[in-house]
Design a protein around this ligand. Structure first.
Ligand SMILES: [Ca+2]
Ligand SMILES: [Ca+2]
Length: 297
């Protein structure tokens, strides 16, 4: 928070004025996490015999990122007065102020990219991989068609999409990883607080990206198998030539992903497109046999 504005409460000011007293504000002293405010009056004999609000302190929130929903409150650490500028300060008991909430003007999505080809045999994602370097694309698409790319994909695959405008319509969140089918999540990213829209922070539970889409046409089919079998045994061939797990060689591991997800279609594949089981007389079984592999079932 930045910018603090201090005003003498109107009621207090009126009371002081009636007694012919001028209230003078002290310049607020802002330091990290706290602010010191005060005011002085130009007479010693202002009698206050009732509860009167004294100062009004206004904070301006800079940025409009999302804040955790727990209630925030200002905690006065001390409330003191001095009879004259030279006298010792006297403590007055203070109570914690009412709590408040900050309504964010934008939403944030966090999540993890989960590409199937990078899981270890024990079912855990392989964290020796730098997921920021796989060429993954993560973005949110608003109902109006605008897209918002992840501001960052970290080495461990954690991503952040921030600054998403408030909308009551659903967003689509896409995670695209080369060699894999797209993972998509559809969700609303807004909350209604007493009739006002406010931002949220969502930890998106993305599905695993199914591996095996070598040619990037959002389907795993015979075309992917043909390309990969053609590159079988080659080194540094690249994802689009069949190295699905980007380990530098096209081998059985890559082909087994194609077999496992054969004829799967990604959520972003064109509706009228169908994954092809055969190419002429070429079947997956024949392709596998040509390099000495059998289909698993
Ligand atoms: Ca494909
Ligand atoms: Ca490989």
């Amino acid at each position: 928070m930045e910018k603090v504005m201090i005003l003498v409460n109107e009621e207090f000011k009126k009371h002081a004025e009636q007694k012919g007293v001028t209230v003078k504000l002290t310049e607020p002293a802002v330091s990290t996490g706290s602010v010191k405010v005060g005011a002085s009056i130009d007479q010693n004999e202002l009698k206050i015999d009732k509860d009167l609000p004294f100062l009004e302190v206004t904070f301006k929130v800079i940025g409009d990122k999302y804040y955790a929903p727990e209630d925030l409150s200002f905690a006065p650490s001390a409330f003191k007065y001095k009879k004259t500028s030279n006298s010792n300060p006297v403590n007055i008991r203070v109570f914690k102020d009412k709590s408040f909430t900050i309504l964010a003007g934008h939403s944030v999505v966090n999540g993890n990219i989960l590409p199937e080809a990078f899981y270890k045999e024990n079912g855990q994602l392989d964290y020796s991989i730098d997921y920021s370097k796989l060429g993954a694309k993560v973005y949110a698409k608003a109902a109006d068609g605008n897209t918002y790319e992840a501001s960052e994909i970290f080495a461990n695959g954690y991503f952040t999409i921030d600054n998403l405008p408030l909308s009551e319509k659903e967003y689509e969140i896409y995670v695209k990883v080369p060699g894999h089918l797209t993972s998509k999540l559809t969700t609303k990213l807004v909350q209604n607080v007493d009739g006002e829209l406010a931002g949220v922070r969502l930890l998106a539970k993305m599905d695993k990206n199914a591996a095996g889409d070598v040619n990037g046409d959002m389907m795993v089919d015979i075309q992917d198998a043909i390309i990969s079998v053609f590159s079988y045994g080659k080194e540094n061939a690249g994802v689009n030539k069949g190295d699905v797990n980007q380990d530098g060689k096209v081998d059985e591991t890559d082909l087994r992903f194609i077999e496992k997800n054969f004829l799967e279609k990604g959520p972003d594949a064109k509706e009228n497109k169908k994954p092809k089981e055969k190419h002429g007389k070429v079947t997956l079984e024949k392709l596998f046999r040509s390099i000495g592999l059998e289909l698993i079932d």
